[in-house]
Each structure stands twice: as C-alpha cells, then as structure tokens.
Design a protein. Structure first.
Lengths: 576, 119
C-alpha cells in the first residue's frame, strides 16, 4: 500500500486550467505517457530485437541441423542398400566368370552353387540359366520354372541391353515379396546367357529395420512409381502407393519438406539407389524434430517475458515517481504564482480603494465641517436653538456624512490591513468589517445573517489582513452556495482556553461526499462555468495554515455546509 | 489653550477653527506649512493639528520644523488617506492616539485635544 501510494500518479486527476500563460499546470498525463514510452523503447527495443534475432537465427540453425542429420542418415542407408545389391550382383558375376557354361548348365553344379550361396551370403531362393532366346534352360529352386520363356518380359530386354538387372519387389505366385537379380555373361564369340537369381526380402528389410529411428520417423523404399517396396511404420501395406510425393531423380542424397495431413510439415530425406529403381525415403514430422529447439525457445521466451514484465514495472515506477516529483514542484510553482497574483490583485484593489477614499474624504470633511458649523451656529443662537426642523435637517446631513465616513474608513482600513503584519485584533471588529462589504448583497438577496459572538472574547495576535481574507472567502463561498432568503450563521467561541473557533454555517446546496475530499485541492471547482477558479478554498486553507489554524468542514448535500476555523489565541511562530 | 490648525483645504481648516472657537477653544489656522511657520514666529501655541498630506511641506516635515521653534508643542495628525505608512509614521512620532482620519468628528477632536493637553 505504501509503495502504491508512493508511486500512484498524483497528477492523473489534475485538471488543465486556463488561468493564463505560465499560471497553469503542465500536461503531466502527456509527459508521463511520453516518458514511459521513451523509457520502454530504450529498455525493451534492444531486448525484443535480440529476442527476434535469436529466434530467427537459432530456428534457421536448427532446421539446417535437421536437414544435415536427415541427409547423413539417408546417405548412410543408401550406401548400405547399394552395397547389399552390389554384393549379390558381384557374387553372381563371380559365379559366371569362375564356371564354364557347361559347368553352370549342369543341374547338380547349379544346385551346389545355390546351396553355397544360401550358406554364405544367404537370402537366395533359386537360380536359373536363361539362353539368348529367353528360355530358362536350367533351373534350381522350389518352383517348376524349367523351360519357362522370358523373352517377352521387360526385365529380359533390359538385361540384354545393360548386362545386369535388379527388379522391383514383387509378390509373384506365392504372394511373397521378392527381388530378381539377373546378370548377363557374353562370350567373345557373341554367345551369351543370363544367370537369374531370386532373393528373399527379409534380409533386405532387416537393413532398414536396423536403422536407429526415433518415435515418428519412418524409413522405407519406394520404386519410381511411388509403390512401397518394404514394410513401413506409416503405411500398412507394401505394394501400396505412398501418400507423399515421389521425389525427382537426383544423383545425390537430398532433403525436402512437404505438407502432410493436418497441414503438418514432414521432412523427407531421399536417395536414389544406383542401378535400381529404388528410392530410399526417410520421413519425420518436422514438429518432432524441432521439439528440442522449441523447448530451448520456450525457456528463452519465458525469461524474455519475465524481463519485459520486470522492465515494465521498473519503467512505470521510475517514470511515475519522477513525473510525480516534477508535478509536485510544478504544483508549488503554480500555487506560488496564484498566491502572488492574488496578493497583487488585492494590493491593487486596496490601493484603488484607498485612493478613492482619500479623494472623497476631503470634500466629505468640508461638508462635515460646514454642516457642523451651521449646526453650531444654530445651536449657539437663541432664535434657532429651538428650531427642531432645521436642527433635524442638519443632523441628517451630519449622519449621512458620518455614514460616508465609515465607508471610506472601512475601505482605508482594509487597504491598510493588506500590508499589515501581526497585530492585536478584535475578532468582532474583523467580522464587522468583513460583513460591511457583504451586507448589501445579503439585503438584496434577503439572506439573514445571524451573528453569535461569545462575550468577553480576548483580543489576540494575528495577521488581520489574512484573517479578513479568510472570512471574506468563506462568507463569499457560503453566499454562492445559498439560495435567496437563506440563512447564514456565524458563531464565534473560545475553545480549549487557548483557541478561538469561528464557524460559518449556511443552508445552501451542500457538498457531495465524493467532492468533500477534494475541495481544498487547487483548481477543484464545481463553478468553473461561472468563473470559479477552484482556488478560493485552496488559498483560504493555505492562509489558515499560515495563521497556525485548522479548518474543518461538515456538509450534507442539499442541506448546507459548516466551515469551522480554529485559531490559536497566542501566536505560535511558524516558518512556512 | 491655543491651537494652530494647518490644512491645505481652506474651507475645511477655517470652518474647523471657527467651530472650535465657538466651543471656547482659541484656534488659529493656516493653509500651508510656510504660513504656519510664519504664524509661529510671533505666536506661541500649545498644540498643532496638522494634515499629513500637504503640498511642499507635509505635516510630518512641518512637525520637525516646528519642534525647532517651539519644542514644547504637542501634535494631532489628520489624514484623508488611511495608508499604513501614514499611520505608522504618525504613531511612531506621537503615539496611535494622535491620528485622525477625515472627516473628523468635532467631539473626537476636542476629546483628543483635551486628553493630550491635560495636565
């Protein structure tokens, strides 16, 4: 609460005034806002820029790392698969070169070779010798494929051209996936034949299943048409068409990103296996790959948000405190200016009043003396001494002169007291002086002024001018709040032996409870439209404090207000 | 008891002197400092009623000059201007009771004269 009060923007409720140049407050709300914005820009600008830069750079690095890892893994797998096929192709080539046609065309010899292959390299199901016409002239294996003619098969045409052939995976009659490898052997005399072997795919599949894959990664082979050739985590059946796009041919291992189902990005590493139609594909959801980066980013973002929040709080507190200090200084400046202006106005009025009074006083004195002389002559001469009418007329002139004299004396008294400092004052006389100025208004508005002054009140030392001004302001305020035919009670009592309490009570409009706390604030006025400056009570309050007094207000909205001033009867020195 | 009234307003000072005379007070009058000083050359007065604001010689200056001629003289100051300066100047010279603001009430004036010249 203490901190809240210290840093609460005191200027938020300050109102701009049109009191003239240099006598109004600066626009502190605007100043406060601009200070906060500048401080925030200076403090948060670099922080947010650095955060964005770090985000972009680390994201780019993370993506590059993912791509490199994918390429590395795909490339390694490609080499393993290539080696698998190279090994088997080389084995068949070796068989062709190390055996004569007669030897290899011998059923028993071919069976021995198959057995050797199954026992060494493994995975071979059968072997067949096919002559240049496409007829399988020798076959060893579990099926009855002797004399089958392959001349119309596409693979046979390909092997004739390229001397070797590795087929796609196909199911064949047994619905068991397998691959055919065929190698052509040509003699110098133009005679040629082809050694064809059928391979099981289990060993081949084992290579892919041995790859160390993470949770959502998948590795499989497809052919150029996109038909799945090996078991896959994300595809239920082999020989089905993949849902992902089939990569374009590339000699090197590549990586690409595609948008999969649910608009999620998938990173695909792929490599074409040389001399085959196989494409190795390694797929992974990008979201999963980026997870470690996201975790790091979350921690960084958390700390950045924490920094921003603490910066916001510090900037708010510092700006508010600073502007509060300036506001208080400015408030004092304006108060001083207004006090000076007010004193200056009063002094001018005083001088004017004194001037007028002086000018009137001389002719008035002459009238007084002439009328007095007439009265004297009449009074001293026997023939007029009993002429009541003449004497009455002269008395009337003298009474009017006396009345004018009182007015000019009061004006002169006011002017004199404006300059006066501390002196002994009689509170009744002060009240009388003050009311002397307002009695006409009270008469016009039929306001009843009820004066209740305790008897035998002592004179006390105070600044008469200030006391007059205080009372004049309070009575003026009361008049402003009252309707015609109202009643004003002024009550003066001695309290607690050493104090005098002066209460000014009206039956006017009263003050709403919400406004009661603010009536002593400078520029708070409900009469701004009617020329109120909102300084009357503020200055009054200041003057009372200067006289070491206190001011209390009791008000009921709609019923009236009572202002009570308490002043010490003995002066307490106080430095302002 | 002989009194000298000095005020630049002829109408005022002459009438006031006449009224005092009617009440048995021997009052003489002058309308300037110079004529007052001339009268003082051959007449002795007990008290001078001086207007503070007068052309050439003000009431306060006149008092200083008179003091040189007749040191025993007592004074009452009149003014049509109730400035603090006048009040303090007059009060500091002769005390606050010596000060009267115009228009002067004849009875007040006589009361003051009587009080000041009382033995």
């Amino acid at each position: 609460m203490f901190l809240l009060n210290v840093f609460k923007p005191a200027f938020l409720h300050s109102r701009e005034t049109d009191s003239g140049p240099f006598t109004g407050l600066f626009n502190f709300k605007k100043l406060w806002r601009s200070r906060i914005i500048i401080l925030l820009c200076v403090a948060l600008g670099p922080l947010i820029s650095l955060a964005i830069f770090t985000f972009v750079v680390t994201k780019h690095d993370a993506e590059r790392e993912i791509h490199l890892r994918t390429i590395r893994l795909a490339s390694n797998t490609k080499r393993t698969i290539s080696f698998f096929f190279e090994e088997r192709k080389a084995a068949l080539d070796f068989i062709l070169r190390s055996n004569s046609f007669e030897q290899i065309n011998d059923h028993r010899q071919l069976a021995n070779i198959l057995q050797s292959l199954q026992e060494t390299i493994g995975g071979f199901t059968d072997l067949g010798i096919i002559d240049a016409t496409g007829k399988q002239i020798q076959y060893v294996g579990p099926y009855d494929l002797q004399d089958v003619n392959y001349s119309s098969e596409k693979w046979f045409e390909e092997v004739a051209v390229r001397n070797h052939y590795i087929s796609d995976v196909y199911l064949g009659f047994r619905e068991v996936p397998h691959i055919i490898i065929a190698v052509k052997h040509m003699f110098p005399n133009g005679f040629s034949y082809v050694l064809r072997a059928t391979l099981e795919t289990q060993r081949f599949n084992r290579i892919l299943s041995n790859i160390n894959l993470s949770g959502s990664e998948d590795a499989f082979l497809v052919n150029k048409e996109g038909i799945i050739q090996t078991p896959s985590r994300s595809h239920e059946n082999i020989m089905a068409k993949i849902t992902l796009p089939v990569p374009e041919y590339s000699e090197h291992t590549e990586v690409m990103e595609v948008t999969g189902s649910h608009l999620k990005k998938i990173v695909i590493g792929y490599a074409h296996i040389p001399d085959t139609s196989f494409i190795f594909m390694l797929t992974e959801k990008k979201e999963a790959l980026m997870r470690p980066w996201r975790t790091t980013q979350s921690i960084i973002i958390f700390f950045i948000i924490l920094s921003i929040l603490s910066t916001l709080i510090v900037v708010y507190l510092v700006a508010t405190h600073l502007v509060n200090q300036i506001f208080l200084a400015d408030l004092e400046r304006v108060q001083t200016l207004h006090e000076v202006e007010q004193s200056s106005k009063l002094a001018s009025i005083g001088r004017l009043a004194a001037g007028v009074a002086h000018e009137i006083n001389n002719p008035l004195a002459i009238i007084n003396e002439k009328a007095g002389l007439v009265k004297d002559i009449f009074s001293f001469k026997e023939e007029y001494k009993h002429d009541a009418k003449i004497l009455g007329l002269i008395e009337s002139i003298l009474a009017s002169v006396d009345r004018c004299g009182k007015i000019t004396k009061r004006l002169l008294g006011f002017a004199r007291n404006l300059d006066a400092t501390i002196q002994q004052v009689d509170i009744s006389a002060v009240i009388e002086d003050v009311l002397g100025f307002l009695v006409k208004e009270a008469e016009y508005r039929s306001i009843l002024i009820n004066l209740d002054i305790e008897e035998n009140l002592p004179q006390f030392e105070t600044d008469r001018g200030k006391l007059q001004q205080i009372l004049l302001n309070l009575v003026n305020n009361a008049f402003a709040a009252m309707q015609d035919n109202g009643r004003l009670d002024i009550r003066i009592r001695r309290v607690e032996h050493d104090f005098i309490a002066i209460s000014v009570k009206d039956d006017g409009s009263g003050i709403p409870e919400a406004d009661l706390k603010r009536i002593f604030e400078p520029f708070f006025s409900t009469k701004t439209k009617n020329g109120g400056t909102g300084l009357g009570l503020f200055i009054t309050y200041g003057l009372i404090q200067e006289l070491n007094g206190t001011l209390q207000v009791v008000s009921t909205f709609g019923k009236g207000s009572e202002f009570t001033i308490t002043l010490p009867l003995t002066r307490i020195s106080k430095q302002r | 008891m002989k009194i000298l009234l000095v005020d630049d307003e002829f109408e005022l000072v002459s009438t006031l002197a006449e009224r005092l005379s009617l009440r048995g007070i021997d009052a003489d009058w002058a309308t300037s400092g110079e004529s007052a000083l001339a009268k003082l050359q051959d007449t002795t007065y007990d008290l001078a009623v001086l207007d503070i604001k007068m052309p050439k010689i003000s009431g306060l200056k006149l008092r200083k000059k008179i003091q040189k001629i007749q040191p025993e003289m007592r004074y009452i100051f009149m003014t049509g201007h109730g400035s603090a300066e006048d009040f303090y100047s007059a009060s500091s010279e002769e005390g606050p009771d010596s000060y009267l603001v115009k228009p002067v009430n004849i009875d007040d004036l006589i009361a003051k004269i009587t009080a000041i010249l009382a033995p």
